[in-house]
Design a binder for this molecule. Structure first.
Ligand SMILES: Cc1cc2nc3c(=O)[nH]c(=O)nc-3n(C[C@H](O)[C@H](O)[C@H](O)COP(=O)(O)OP(=O)(O)OC[C@H]3O[C@@H](n4cnc5c(N)ncnc54)[C@H](O)[C@@H]3O)c2cc1C
Ligand code: FES
Length: 270
């Protein structure tokens, strides 16, 4: 099925899944958004409020697309508060996707950064051995643990939850757990999405072991299609050249993990 990604589409919210007290998944019908590649995103229009970039979440139903939103500022809270039967607009899908490797794979995600990683799980082969590290601040912010186990039921797999305050799963940062895992096990590829500081550490750790690593970046996005420049990271546009980049490239980019642009386009430190 073909459609111009830049042509806005309006869909009705058909179902809402409560993931945590601050995170909800909104489900709608659309063939194209039901089958995007892992790492691709949409520009979601909340009528009368704003347009936000959102990774496209999977659903377990054919022909359905979804977004998993954490309520944060004005626009994401308005999106989070929508009800079944309300309408949202969207453009896309935009961006590239993860290169899918085979073998022993490690996925490291934090918060809604888990969305493209969960989609990646649906592209893996049954012969892949998969370890997924799910990072959260505290027990009540953990989500997608059950879904990840369900999607991986036919693979040799391990879903490891790490909370910063130790209220659930392992205690500490996902990157600390990753460091331990890299000593214990061998991996063929690593994928990550989440806060950029976390991804920077993941890429550095993978690099020390000379492992293939890719990260899906979240930068300030306004047009989502390579025009406005608000998502630039050095010479690249995250919306158009990414969102997925190889670790080797990222470590050569002086902005990655250190600075990003705010809504006014001004460079700020993380
Ligand atoms: C490719 C991509 C995928 C994303 N996927 C998800 C997702 O699946 N689920 C989810 O909840 N969030 C996702 N986000 C983040 C989301 O777009 C918003 O940043 C976030 O919801 C806060 O928006 P706000 O306007 O409510 O908050 P505000 O209070 O207005 O802003 C809070 C912070 O959010 C970030 N932000 C705000 N507007 C934008 C914007 N237009 N582009 C990028 N960052 C912005 C900035 O860091 C800002 O400081 C994604 C971002 C990108 C770039
Ligand atoms: S968001 Fe406009 S160029 Fe990337």
């Amino acid at each position: 099925m073909q459609r111009n990604s830049n042509r806005p589409l309006v869909v009705k919210i058909e179902k809402i899944i409560e993931e945590t007290p601050t995170v909800r998944t909104l489900v709608f019908s659309d063939e194209i958004f039901s089958s995007v590649l892992p790492g691709q995103f949409a520009m979601v229009w909340i009528p009368g409020v704003n347009e936000l970039p959102m990774s496209v979440m999977i659903t377990l139903e054919k022909g359905k697309g979804a977004f998993t939103v954490r309520k944060h500022g004005l626009a994401s809270t308005e999106l989070y508060n929508l009800k079944v039967g309300d309408y949202i607009g969207m453009r896309g899908p935009y961006g590239n996707s993860f290169t899918i490797k085979q073998g022993k794979l490690l996925l490291v995600g934090g918060g809604t950064g888990l969305v493209p990683l969960v989609r990646l799980l649906t592209f893996l082969k049954k012969t892949d051995e998969v370890t997924i590290l799910i990072g959260a601040k505290t027990k009540e912010e953990v989500f997608f643990e059950k879904l990840a186990n369900q999607l991986l039921e036919n693979n040799k797999h391990q879903v490891i939850v790490v909370t910063e305050d130790g209220t659930y799963g392992k205690s500490g940062l996902v990157t600390e757990e990753m460091e331990k895992l890299l000593y214990e096990k061998k991996f063929d590829a690593i994928y990550t999405c989440g806060p950029e500081k976390m991804m920077h550490k993941v890429v550095q750790l993978a690099h020390t072991k000379k492992l293939h690593v890719q990260a899906s970046l979240e930068r300030m996005m306004k047009c989502g299609m390579g025009i406005c420049g608000s998502c630039c990271m050095g010479e690249v546009l995250v919306c158009k050249d990414g969102t997925v980049f190889d670790g080797e490239y990222l470590l050569s980019n002086k902005e990655f993990g250190f600075t990003h642009r705010n809504k006014a386009g001004i460079l700020e430190n993380y």
